[in-house]
Write a protein that binds this ligand. Structure first.
Ligand code: NAD
Length: 721
């Protein structure tokens, strides 16, 4: 053994040929944490001094190759001043360069995931060979940063600036070996079980001089051979695409592009200086802080789910009652995810609509090449339509998704409970009705829970899991497990009117309603909200959800929170939602809401301006106030944040981490802001409270912080460190 560390071991395979194996003790994956980086330095120094060295094979002892740098350590690292951080990154980079400069050929055998720093390790090798099941990528921009271990420098020299820009700046996706091979990011692909032999053969051929590894390495050390015209063409065409994709709120893609472009004109060392400077600049942005924070928040969710997992009942067969928009979507998602599902409705027409919806989604997948015709057939046969309850005796979990009517729901739930196995879990997809209240009519309330999907089910990543007063941990664990199987991110919250997501969305919508009552134009508000980073503005969102649905839910919220939402209504009387609802303008579903809708060339609804709406809204305007762009966003964002704080105070949501990540997945809260709690932190709680008070004159309860929040502000408490 040449070196035996906690993260890396090096042993001689045959005379002068060594294997450098990454296998981080006590961890399920390899990552470049402090220990591994320290050992990497030691190993490179040992290999540099080894006069007998003839070749190095780089391998992993885990299922994944190396998943990247240690994100858990980022917070501490990113707190260093920018220049110091750049110097630290540059120091790490010297290890990669020293490895690259070893006077012998090097080969990376990529057996699994090689991401970020993991793929940068591969790029520092002369040859890269990947197993068919491996996946590679440089996903740093998803964290608001860019590669910092040589990725921008080496990939542009290995595969060209266009491919480097695509891999690094245009989304940070994972790539399959075939695609990586096609654009020159790797040199060969091997069957999984032949990878090691193939990599060793490749290394041996280089050692024997059959392959000119020096000639292969040389371009990585030099500036890129592009004439100024070619450079301009390559960068400008990609730049437009990147700006369009990333939008204005995310600086990382453009900074990474600049780093590639400036680095292309320099030799390796100067190019690495540029990369380190860009990396440090990005690491200090609030966007990077927010996106790295989201990664940590996601880990909190996963950890909680993992802790409960042993209690879960495995869901082998699921059931759904009500084959409407939601039921059909749930059936499709379950079948597609490999969990057969029984789907019940009251009539043939309902069943047909549910099946048609699933077929439509599957056919769209076939068209895009994502679903094979075999998979389509398999999915459709694993949805079993029925008009009776008989088959529900064999289900492990059932989701009730019938009309939003407490009487109908209670009757359906009681009936199916009588048929289901005693240990099976019963869920309701209700958007508004109290879970504890629905549980009152059930024999086994401990097995009953809310499983609130969002529309459209196949697209929305969040599922809100609502714990009733009597819900057991086992039921929670089972639903978490099922949600995970469906590829969803579940957040567990406690029961209250509107639950967590709608409860915080509605004060935002109440702020929107207030703006309309004070004479603001909804088109301006929508444009500002989009510019702010929301996927769509509140008027368009109301049209998409359905004015009737929103109207009904707002009534529940008004009754649930009379002191805030209810009082605002009393003060202002009829609001825009009432007027649209009464006029039968239900939104996209019937072609008219705030906007009117016509079908585009592809048959999809397209919003158009409808002058009629202004005369309809005129009577709800109480008085005309001039608001700045900033005021408008504040008047919607502040009520949302204050309600989120109330939910945390009341324990409806258990942590700021879970709250923030679920707002992003559930309602598209702008990710670069990190969520409501990080947003308040970034403003500063004292400043945020002062800001809220500025708007209290318009509708005091909506802009009133609780004592708990004031106290936190007084004590200088932040939600995140
Ligand atoms: P929908 O009207 O599209 O579908 C309801 C279906 O239930 C219909 O097919 C109807 O025939 C069927 N049904 C009615 N009574 C039944 C009974 N006794 N037994 C079996 N089937 C019965 O409604 P939807 O939009 O799918 O909503 C369903 C539930 O999901 C509601 O509780 C709603 O609040 C909730 N939800 C809806 C959305 C949304 O955006 N649509 C989002 C989240 C949650």
């Amino acid at each position: 053994m040449i070196f035996q560390g906690k993260g890396i071991t090096v042993k001689e395979l045959s005379a002068g040929i060594v294997e450098m194996n990454f296998d981080l003790q006590g961890e399920s994956v390899n990552k470049f944490d402090e220990v591994t980086l320290r050992e990497f330095r030691q190993v490179v120094d040992i290999l540099k001094a080894d006069k007998n060295l003839r070749g190095v094979l780089v391998t992993s002892g885990k299922e994944a190759f190396i998943v990247g740098a240690d994100i858990d350590g980022f917070n501490a690292l990113f707190n260093f001043p920018e220049q110091q951080l750049a110097a630290m990154v540059r120091e790490i980079n010297r290890i990669f360069s020293d490895f690259e400069d070893l006077p012998v050929p090097t080969v990376a055998a990529i057996n699994g995931l090689a991401l970020g720093g993991g793929f940068e390790m591969c790029l520092a090798c002369d040859y890269r060979i990947a197993a068919e099941s491996a996946r590679m990528g440089l996903p740093e921009i998803m964290l608001g940063i860019q590669p910092g271990f040589g990725g921008t420098v080496r990939l542009s020299r290995v595969a060209g600036v266009d491919n480097a820009a695509e891999w690094i700046a245009a989304g940070g996706m994972n790539h399959k070996p075939a695609a990586a091979l096609k654009n020159g990011c790797i040199d060969a692909v091997a069957k999984d079980d032949k990878l090691r032999d193939a990599a060793l053969t490749l290394l041996q051929r280089a050692v024997d001089g059959e392959l000119d590894w020096r000639a292969k390495r040389q371009p990585k050390l030099e500036k890129l051979k592009l004439n100024p015209m070619e450079q301009l063409m390559a960068f400008e065409s990609i730049k437009g695409f990147i700006i369009q994709k990333a939008g204005n709120h995310y600086p990382a893609p453009l900074e990474a592009m600049n780093s590639i472009r400036k680095g292309a004109e320099q030799g390796r060392e100067k190019a690495l200086d540029i990369e380190a400077a860009s990396f440090a600049k990005l690491a200090k942005t609030s966007v990077a802080k927010a996106l790295v924070g989201l990664y940590h928040n996601d880990q909190v969710l996963k950890k909680k789910a993992k802790e409960l997992a042993p209690l879960a009942r495995e869901v082998k067969v699921a059931g759904v009652i009500g084959a409407g928009i939601m039921g059909g979507g749930i059936a499709f998602q379950s079948a597609k995810s490999g969990v057969p599902i029984v789907m019940k409705d009251i009539g043939e027409a309902g069943i047909k609509a549910g099946l048609d919806e699933a077929t439509k989604l599957l056919l769209a997948g076939v068209e895009k090449g994502k679903v094979t015709s075999e998979k389509l057939a398999k999915c459709l046969t694993s949805i079993r339509p029925t008009l009776s309850y008989g088959d529900f005796a064999y289900t492990d979990l059932v989701v009730e998704a019938v009309v939003e009517n407490p009487k109908v729901k209670s009757a359906v739930l009681a009936e199916v409970e009588g048929i289901m196995d005693e240990g099976a879990v019963l869920c309701s997809n209700t958007s508004t009705i109290s879970i504890s209240k629905l549980a009152e009519g059930l024999k086994r309330p401990e097995n009953f829970i809310g499983m609130h999907f969002f529309n459209p089910v196949h697209k929305m990543p969040l599922v809100e899991i609502i714990r009733g007063k009597k819900t057991s941990d086992k039921a929670v664990a089972t639903v978490l497990n099922y949600a995970k199987k469906l590829g969803k991110t579940p957040v567990v919250v406690h029961d209250c009117p509107g639950f967590w997501i709608n409860r915080v969305l509605f004060p935002y919508m109440a702020g929107f309603g207030l703006l309309l009552a004070l004479g603001e134009d909804f088109v301006r508000i929508d444009k500002l909200a989009e510019k702010f980073g929301w996927p769509m503005g509140p008027a368009y969102l109301s049209d998409m959800v359905g004015i009737d649905t929103g109207h009904h839910a707002s009534k529940v919220l008004e009754e649930g929170y009379p002191e805030r939402v209810g009082q605002a209504r009393k003060k202002f009387g009829k609001n825009a939602m009432d007027v649209l609802f009464e006029a039968g303008r239900f939104g996209q579903k019937n072609g008219k809401g705030f906007y009117a809708y016509e079908l585009d060339k592809r048959g999809k609804p397209k919003k158009i301006h409808d002058p009629e709406i202004y005369s309809l809204l005129q009577p709800i305007v109480r008085r005309k106030v001039e608001f700045s762009d900033e005021d408008i966003m504040n008047m919607m964002m502040i009520p949302l944040c204050l309600e989120a704080a109330r939910c945390l105070e009341e324990g409806i949501v258990e942590s700021a981490a879970e709250a923030d990540i679920s707002l992003i997945y559930g309602i598209g809260f702008p990710p670069f802001l990190g969520g409501a709690f990080r947003y308040m932190d970034s403003i500063g709680l004292n400043e945020f409270i002062a800001l809220a008070e500025r708007y209290a004159e318009y509708a005091e309860p909506l802009y009133q912080p609780t004592e708990w929040l004031r106290e936190r502000a007084k004590n200088g408490q932040r939600f995140f460190a």
